[in-house]
Design a protein around this ligand. Structure first.
Ligand SMILES: [Zn+2]
Length: 147
């Protein structure tokens, strides 16, 4: 019997390489442990996630800016069922507020559900994602409690 190859029909994870997205720099920065986004040079807005066009003023004059090293948990939820293949519940999801006005929905790693509270300080922790259709490694920006 011929070997069956898994085909991605619906890929929920982002495209991360230069041949796939104009925003590949975000993932290059993330691989170096640096969380960045784009800042609009025309109006100063800092959109999340990174954009090629400012959603506030429609300018395409954006630059890469560093995100603050830590943020605070605005809210959280625990997913106990129907998690994506390859993940074990429970999963902790948080909304994190940063002092530059950005709010990020993300996963909190290495944290038990009963540990997380609003207002807690969190820091970046790069998480693994399944490889892309070409077999290249992928990563996602996650956070963990600052201990
Ligand atoms: Zn703008």
């Amino acid at each position: 019997m011929a070997e069956q190859k898994y085909i991605y029909t619906v890929d929920p994870f982002s495209q991360q390489y230069e041949d796939q997205t104009r925003l590949y720099q975000f993932y290059d920065n993330l691989r170096e442990g640096k969380l960045t986004t784009t800042g609009c040079k025309a109006c100063g807005h800092i959109p999340w996630p990174p954009r090629v066009i400012c959603p506030q003023c429609l300018s395409d004059d954006l630059e890469w800016v560093d995100m603050p090293k830590t943020g605070k948990v605005y809210s959280y939820t625990i997913q106990v069922a129907a998690v994506p293949p390859g993940y074990d519940p429970p999963l902790v999801f948080v909304l994190v507020d940063f002092d530059n006005g950005v709010r990020i929905f993300t996963r909190l790693l290495d944290t038990e559900p009963e540990e997380v509270k609003t207002g807690m300080e969190v820091e970046l922790k790069v998480g693994a994602a399944p490889p892309d259709a070409q077999g290249r490694d992928r990563i996602i920006p996650c956070f963990t409690l600052k201990r």
